[in-house]
Design a protein around this ligand. Structure first.
Ligand code: F0G
Length: 458
């Protein structure tokens, strides 16, 4: 008989959770214009809005906070982080930024121009935002299996090579600066990409003489899936897999708020000295001098340590198994969830959960609001609100999947919290037939509207 897995850590500090009633939450969400981003955290019981920057740091990371060197140029903390990133990834150049989208801003300033096309696997919304802001287009080449929640494919984040090659053939060389691969693929449900797929994409990029960059926010979780699902790598250590991944790319952008196990931070790492030079100029303009790039010395120290802890197998196993625990509990209740379960989050298929609500009335947002009112759980809509309007036609875009994402912060909640979430969702599921109307938009921003949108109940 196998022993169950355990979290490979003990809890040293606790933060209390404010409990509340459904009546209080009904009032609070109305005051927040039915936008979960506008709630105060004390109005939330279990906060699954994101796994980004919401995890717990270890005692060793907190020690790094005390050791932080706050020198403007060439600090010890910078050098420590630079060495860690170079050792871990094998890239030769490194620039810190204050978070992932800042890394995108700096790298894309150097590489993306008006009229360009950036193929990839379901680009994250800030990534798409930074591409579209430059009047370029993000082209989604994710495999079709990713859009069927029931298909059990081990690497649903993979790029469809035929779709990619069709794009590479369609546009002249100068129009495609690079392919961008997101690991794990957040927008497709936290699904991993295989090394086999990365190798094939690299080969196509070589053939068409274009760059290959990785959005690496959850690279360690992706490496865990490779170890456990891709036979060739079963005996590899996570660190060896990580090296293999990055050896295939020209560079990476990183939101360190995920697998860096810190609350704030990001970076770019790459090989081409010319791209580095160009990025350095933009980094200085947007982020700060190249040896801090928007981060304090103490934050860089904590990130250096976090990156090492983030690639420990035991940590990753408990992380991925906690997510799977919630997924399996929901599955056992016959709640429609995306399978296989992703690394950082469980995704509920809202279109199937509340089929009576018209899709024009934002099914996933309606479900997320109901879950908040019933149990104080804050998930996030990954559906039509997030998909936003087409930048040219200004028509609403309705994505293939209309989901609520329950993103699990790292090393923060216990299995009993997951159990609470599972039972709460079941409670909402039992009364789902009563939900017939959703919400309409009262006000929206011209880009990335979901953060600030104001809604009214229909
Ligand atoms: N890339 C991916 C794949 C992401 O998931 C995120 C952020 C970013 C880039 C941007 O990084 O937030 O540090 O600027 N994802 C968060 C989320 C916000 O909730 O999934 P950032």
């Amino acid at each position: 008989m196998d022993l169950p897995y355990i979290e490979p850590y003990k809890i040293k500090t606790v933060e209390s959770i404010q409990l509340s009633t459904p009546e209080q939450r009904k009032k609070w969400i109305e005051e927040a214009s039915y936008n979960l981003f506008k709630l105060n955290s004390d109005q939330v019981i279990i906060d699954l809005i994101t796994d980004s920057g919401t995890g717990s740091m270890s005692d060793k990371q907190w020690s790094e906070v005390m050791l932080g060197d706050e020198s403007y140029a060439g600090s010890r903390s910078f050098l420590k982080l630079e060495k860690t990133v170079k050792d871990l990834t094998g890239f030769t150049h490194f620039i810190p930024t204050h978070q992932g989208r800042a890394a995108e801003n700096v790298l894309f300033s150097a590489l993306v121009k008006e009229g360009d096309f950036i193929p990839g696997n379901a680009h994250f919304d800030t990534t798409k935002g930074h591409i579209e802001y430059r009047k370029a287009s993000a082209v989604d080449c994710t495999i079709d299996e990713a859009f069927d929640i029931a298909i059990d494919h081990p690497f649903k984040g993979n790029i469809d090579l035929q779709k990619l090659e069709a794009i590479l053939q369609k546009y002249p060389k100068g129009k495609i600066p690079f392919v961008l691969m997101t690991i794990t693929c957040n927008s497709a449900g936290g699904q991993p990409v295989s090394i086999e797929n990365m190798r094939a994409v690299r080969a196509l990029c070589n053939q068409y003489e274009i760059g290959f960059y990785i959005d690496a926010a959850r690279f360690a979780e992706n490496a865990y899936f490779i170890k456990t699902r891709e036979e060739e790598f079963a005996e590899y250590s996570i660190k060896e897999i990580v090296k293999e991944i990055f050896s295939l790319a020209d560079g990476m952008t990183m939101s360190a708020k995920k697998d860096g196990l810190v609350n704030m931070g990001g970076f770019i790492a790459l090989n081409d000295p010319k791209v580095y030079e160009s990025c350095s100029t933009f980094a200085i303009m947007y982020e700060g001098f190249v040896t801090y790039g928007g981060m304090s010395g103490r934050d860089m120290g904590a990130l250096a340590q976090g990156l090492l802890e983030g690639v420990e197998f035991d940590y990753l196993e408990s992380r991925i198994q906690q997510t799977a625990y919630l997924g399996k509990r929901l599955d056992a209740f016959d709640i429609p969830v995306l399978k296989p379960f992703g690394g950082h989050a469980v995704y509920i298929d809202a279109a199937k959960f509340v089929p009576e609500i018209p899709k024009e009335e934002y099914q996933a947002q309606s479900l997320a609001i109901e879950l908040y009112i019933v149990a104080g759980i804050r998930g996030v809509e990954i559906g039509a609100l997030l998909a936003d309007r087409d930048p040219v036609t200004r028509e609403n875009r309705f994505p293939k999947l209309e989901m609520v994402r329950l993103a699990i912060p790292r090393r923060t909640y216990t299995l009993s919290h997951m159990e609470y979430v599972a039972v709460a969702i079941k409670k909402v599921f039992d009364t789902r037939k009563e939900a017939k109307r959703g919400y309409s938009i009262k006000w929206e921003a011209p880009i990335m509207r979901h953060f600030t949108v104001q809604l009214e109940k229909n």
